[in-house]
Design a protein around this ligand. Structure first.
Ligand SMILES: [Zn+2]
Length: 118
């Protein structure tokens, strides 16, 4: 019974990531299309259009990558081992690890370390 309550608060992070992901794609696409339009219309194929259009296309490709890099960056956890107290550094992408000091199996859940039952 007690274990059920600890499992529920999960969807917040995944929702933010999904939202940010589509936002990054939308921004990139908008810049890319704007760049194409500028390149093809302004100056009618002369270098004037390229000078303004190419940086926009470039920004449309690079900006989403930067935005997504921030999204996928996992937060670092620095917590004492629940068994021996040795400070363990890991990321919240880790689900399970072994303490380098006491070699006990530790579960990582919501940025906290829990001793695995064996
Ligand atoms: Zn330990």
């Amino acid at each position: 019974m007690a274990d059920e309550t600890t499992e529920t608060p999960k969807p917040r992070r995944t929702f933010d990531s999904a939202y940010g992901f589509s936002f990054a794609i939308a921004v990139g696409l908008a810049l890319f299309i704007a760049g194409l339009v500028v390149t093809l219309t302004v100056g009618e194929g002369t270098s004037t259009g390229l000078i303004f259009g190419v940086p926009l296309i470039f920004a449309g490709l690079v900006i989403p990558l930067f935005m997504m890099r921030g999204l996928f960056k996992t937060s670092e956890i620095k917590e004492p081992c629940p068994s021996c107290g040795e400070t363990i550094k890991t990321s919240d992408a880790t689900l399970q690890l072994r303490c380098p000091s006491c070699h006990k199996v530790i579960n990582v859940r919501e940025e906290k370390l829990f001793l695995a039952e064996q």
